[in-house]
Design a protein around this ligand. Structure first.
Ligand code: NAD
Ligand code: ZN
Length: 235
């Protein structure tokens, strides 16, 4: 079983999505700040945005959907892939999460490229590399940047091998993550979508649960438990 989550699964924890309501920070569109161009133009502005997101998320807790997935992993063979950078899956107890877009809780040196964990809230700005003193950036994947290759390959491999592939709270607009559902579909997985609205994934999903993740994930899991007991044997 493979689950791909997007910003929508954290919406009910109080983490705003970029698309739709909550996609604004001050007068800026969040989508315009999560780019290498924005950071090159105005690192202080982008760091202020990320420091704000870290503070906001530090005050959020995992919701029923995150917790259900952590529990599901203890009694099934589950690969959890996320586009989220908030760390709420790990806070719910999930381990081995494939983070396609990195993490807000890791920084990366813009010069020597080393990465390190940093959970300081508030963050002293601008953060610098502990070794070489150069400017640090969030270790997240911005629009227009490459996804971490090893993580992406592991995600593709799991999509090809999946019997069930569930997309939860993702718009299906951001490639190549959106392509994972298509790979799973082409390799014969049952594709399930959970979202408050229809997306491009809905067209080929075998099952669409239209509604909020906190309610729909547990409904989906109880139907999976009922219908696919063979998938629930722990490894
Ligand atoms: P996205 O493209 O994955 O869109 C969010 C989706 O969630 C939408 O389709 C929306 O209909 C759905 N949704 C909203 N509330 C929901 C709910 N309660 N239950 C189920 N579905 C719900 O994500 P985005 O916001 O456009 O962000 C783009 C990228 O930016 C992400 O892939 C991520 O890397 C980053 N981002 C991360 C976070 C986070 O870590 N929580 C938040 C915002 C953005
Ligand atoms: Zn450095």
């Amino acid at each position: 079983m493979v689950v791909l989550t997007g910003a929508g699964i954290s919406a009910e924890s109080g983490v705003p999505t970029f698309r739709g309501a909550g996609g604004l920070w001050r007068e800026h569109r969040a989508l315009d700040l999560a780019t290498p161009e924005a950071f090159a133009r105005d690192p202080d502005l982008v760091w202020n945005f990320y420091a704000w997101r870290r503070e906001l998320i530090a005050g959020c807790t995992p919701n029923a959907a995150h917790l259900s997935l952590a529990d599901l992993a203890t009694r099934s063979n589950l690969t959890l892939i996320t586009q989220n950078v908030d760390g709420l899956h790990q806070a719910a107890g999930s381990t081995n999460v494939l983070e396609l877009h990195g993490s807000l809780w890791r920084l990366r040196c813009t010069a020597c490229r080393q990465t390190w964990a940093d959970r300081n809230v508030p963050l002293l700005l601008p953060p610098t590399c502990p070794d070489c003193g150069s400017l640090a950036r969030p270790d997240v994947v911005w629009f227009g940047e490459q996804l971490p290759r090893a993580t992406l390959n592991a995600a593709k491999e799991s999509a090809r091998a999946a019997a069930v592939f569930a997309c939860i709270g993702t718009s299906g607009l951001v490639e190549p993550a959106a392509g994972l559902a298509r790979i799973a579909h082409e390799f014969g997985a049952q594709v399930v979508e959970i979202n408050v609205e229809r997306t491009p994934l809905s067209a080929f999903a075998d099952r669409v649960y239209e509604g909020p993740a906190t309610a729909m994930v547990s409904r989906w899991i109880s139907e999976v438990v009922a219908g696919n007991l063979d998938l629930l044997d722990p490894e």
